[in-house]
Design a binder for this molecule. Sequence first.
Ligand code: CP
Length: 359
Amino acid sequence: MKHLIDPMDLTKEETDEIISLAEDIIAHRERYQGSMSHRKLATLFYEPSTRTRLSFTSAMMELGGSVLGFSDAKNSSVSKGETVQDTVRVVGCFAEVIAMRHYIEGAQLYASEVSPVPIINAGDGSHSHPTQTLTDLLTIKRELGRIDGITIGFCGDLRFGRTVHSLIKALSRYRNVEVILIAPDALKLPDYIKHDVCDKCGVKYREVETMEEVMPELDVLYMTRVQKERFLDEDEFDRVKDSFVLDARRMALAKKNMAVLHPLPRVNEILTEVDSDPRAAYFRQVENGKFVREALILKLHEWKNDPAHPMPEHDRPVFDSSVRCTNSKCICNNEHAPYKFHYTDGGQLRCWYCDSKVR
Ligand code: CP
C-alpha cells in the first residue's frame, strides 16, 4: 500500500505527477469537485496545527469528501493509553485515508506498519513533513517557473525544522540545485541530511553565518521559525531565538524575482513590512498547500493497490539488542516500537524510525 511517510516514498516522477495535478486543479477546479464523494479522510493531530490540518480538511471538502478525526489527542482514547498502532487500526475502519501529525518522531512510520489504509505524515517531531515539501515544490514551480537549477537559502532553525529536512531531500532529485545553509552553530542542519542526502546525491551546499553575504545569489529564501517547543533547555532557545530577521533593508539586497518562502507560522523572523513585497510568497504558499493536498489525496487513492506504485524498497532492518536509539522523542523510546536500525551508504547505523545516531 502506498503511504507518504517521507518525501522519498514518492519517486521523482510521482512527485512531479502530484505537482502537475495540483496545477491542473488550480486551472480547472470544477473538474475535480465530487471526485472523492462518499469517501472519508481522518485527520489525527497529536500536535497543534493551523495550515496542515485545515488545508487537508478544505482539500477533502473541495473534492466532495468528508473529514473526521481529532485536533487534540487528549480528547481521544489516546488519553487512556491507546497506542498509535491501535489507533490507526481503529480509525482505518472509518476512513479511507489518514493524515497524522505527531510530536513523536517515527510515529507515522510505525503506524503505517499495521494500517489498513494509507497514512500521510503531516509532520513528525523535528523529523519530516512531506506534504509541506509538496507545497514548497509547487510554490517554487509557480513562483519561478522551474525547480531545476535554483539556488536556495535555508535560514533559521535548520536543526529542528522538519520542513527543511524534507525539502532538501526532495530537492536532491532535481538538477543543479544549490543549497546555502544560514544558521548559527546551535541550529545547524543535522549531519544525516548533509551526509546521507547532500553528499550522497551530489547536492552542492555550504554553510554561512549571515544572510547579507548570500542574499544576491538566492532564487529562493526559505525562512524558518526557531522552534521553542523542540528545545530541552530554555536558555539555549533564548540565545538563538532572534538569530535572523528578514526586513525591507535585507530584501533590497536580493534579486528582483527572488521568492521568499516560509512554512509558517512566523514569530519575529519576517517583519510584516516584507508582506507587501511581491517576492513575499508565503501566503500564496499556504493556498498552494490546499491544492497540492487535493492532488495527493486523489493520487494516493488511485495508487492505493496499484503494483506500478509500490512503496520504495528499503534495506532490511537490522535488529541489534546491544544498541539503542539516542533520541528520547523517537517512537521506539515511547511506545515500545522495536529497536530497528538501518545502515547508511557511509556505513553508519541509524534508527529505522527517526534516523538518529545510535549508542
Ligand atoms: N506549515 C505548517 O505545518 O503549519 P501548521 O503547523 O500550522 O500546520
